[in-house]
Write a protein that binds this ligand. Structure first.
Ligand SMILES: Cc1cc2nc3c(=O)[nH]c(=O)nc-3n(C[C@H](O)[C@H](O)[C@H](O)COP(=O)(O)O)c2cc1C
Length: 185
């Protein structure tokens, strides 16, 4: 996953992030993995604060992150609790590091997921197809948030001709260490 965060060509750069909706349904979407903090077992994603996944996370906070690396033949299924921060030093730093094009995504009006009468990017015509200025993207900061996932379980599946292998790692909070065990694939 660390490779996924640092290498945008890695298949682990865009894992599936799953949440549970308020009425108990599974909800998934692809997200760009922005950073990994192995010491704190944390993954960082960026999103629009007004999106439905934010509401879902604020409702329960349980998420599952799924990635597959075809060359390594490894599937990683991680689960844990998520928090969303729209303010604070970490969100500010992530916003500062984002490109103007990246920041522009958060200017959609009305909010992402809003029903509209015709196909639209949600962006004003003046900033479509051109590099926006810092002044133009400034209002987007209010819609930007970081999504932090604290990982509690990691399931590793390795595909091999002679027989697959599967392992489960659970974070033991009291002992402050990962407990690993083998599973039948
Ligand atoms: C390659 C790819 C990367 C994406 N990256 C992000 C991302 O980093 N953050 C994000 O909020 N949505 C991202 N999306 C869009 C989401 O998959 C999703 O459509 C959108 O966030 C709305 O999700 P929601 O209604 O569940 O909140 C990406 C989609 C694709 C196809």
């Amino acid at each position: 996953m660390a490779e996924g965060a640092s290498d945008r060509h890695s298949p682990l750069h865009t894992p599936v992030v799953a949440t549970v909706t308020g009425d108990g349904k599974a909800s998934q979407r692809i997200m760009v993995l922005r950073a990994i903090d192995q010491g704190h077992r944390r993954m960082r994603f960026h999103t629009d604060f007004r999106g439905s996944k934010v509401a879902e996370i604020r409702h329960g906070g349980t998420v599952s992150v799924l990635g597959y690396h075809p060359e390594a033949k490894v599937q990683l299924r991680l689960s844990g609790t998520a928090t969303v921060q729209s303010a604070g030093p970490e969100a500010d730093a992530a916003w500062q590091k984002a490109s103007l094009y990246g920041q522009r995504c958060y200017l959609a009006d009305p909010a992402p997921g809003s029903p509209v009468d015709a196909p639209t990017s949600g962006l004003d015509r003046a900033i479509q197809g051109v590099k926006p200025t810092p002044e133009q993207v400034r209002p987007a900061r209010a819609n930007f948030a970081i999504l932090l996932v604290e990982v509690q379980t990691i399931e590793w599946l390795y595909l091999a001709h002679q027989g697959h292998r599967r392992a489960l790692f659970n974070w033991d909070e009291a002992a402050s260490r990962w407990d690993g065990s083998w599973l039948v694939p």
